[in-house]
Design a protein around this ligand. Structure first.
Ligand code: GAR
Length: 198
């Protein structure tokens, strides 16, 4: 059986990336071919390398906000890895429409809110400030608009009276680790039916 190739982009510790890698075994239709970061010091790169996955890094900082030139470098190892699917997993750079278009229909992102609520940053604090009873995470197809695009799955947590942004983030992250692998497996099978977890 030939597996779909998955490239994963991250900026930090990579716990979602680890959940994705751990899921791609046995009869799973996909395997990781590359883990990439915009930060060569990202903890996620070491975890991927320890699991025998090829890694690459393109530091965004020397490009000083010139997204197009940064992305021209970022895309080189990505294209070389010939991914069928690209998963953004805590990748904290905004991508241009030009970049996104090259992976249209095959790039996924996980976002720590119940989209369309709370696009952007500080999602947990914003859910608490709003007094929401429920919060959660979303996996969606990436389109040119930030944290937009067709929703492929959502997982919900109850907001508790004693919650702080950190406590809430930790509970949402556990759900992310269940949701993202479930969506990726389904997506790799060509099924875009949204998954709802509670
Ligand atoms: C996750 O909570 C993910 O949803 C979030 O960053 C965290 C990365 O954690 N992504 C975004 O906020 C993207 N806008 P991880 O590195 O442990 O997977």
């Amino acid at each position: 059986m030939s597996h779909k190739k998955v490239a994963i982009l991250l900026s930090g510790g990579g716990s979602n990336m680890v959940a994705l890698l751990d899921s791609m075994t046995g009869d799973h239709p996909a395997r990781a071919s590359l883990v990439m970061s915009n930060d060569s010091e990202a903890g996620g790169l070491k975890k991927a390398a320890a699991r025998g996955i090829a890694t690459a890094a393109v530091d965004h900082r020397p490009f000083k906000g010139d997204r197009a030139t940064f992305e021209a470098e970022l895309i080189k190892p990505l294209i070389a890895a010939e991914p069928d699917i690209v998963c953004l997993a805590g990748f904290m750079r905004v991508l241009t429409a030009d970049f996104v278009t090259q992976f249209q229909g095959r790039m996924l992102n996980i976002h720590p809110s119940l989209l369309p609520k709370y696009k952007g940053l500080h999602t947990h604090a914003r859910a608490l400030e709003a007094g929401d009873a429920h919060h959660g995470c979303t996996v969606h197809e990436v389109t040119a608009a930030l944290d937009d695009g067709p929703i492929l799955g959502q997982a919900t947590v109850d907001v508790l009276p004693e919650d702080t942004p950190d406590l809430l983030a930790a509970r949402v992250l556990k759900k992310e680790h269940m949701l993202y692998p479930a969506v990726l497996r389904r997506f790799a099978q060509g099924d875009r039916t949204p998954i709802l977890l509670s």
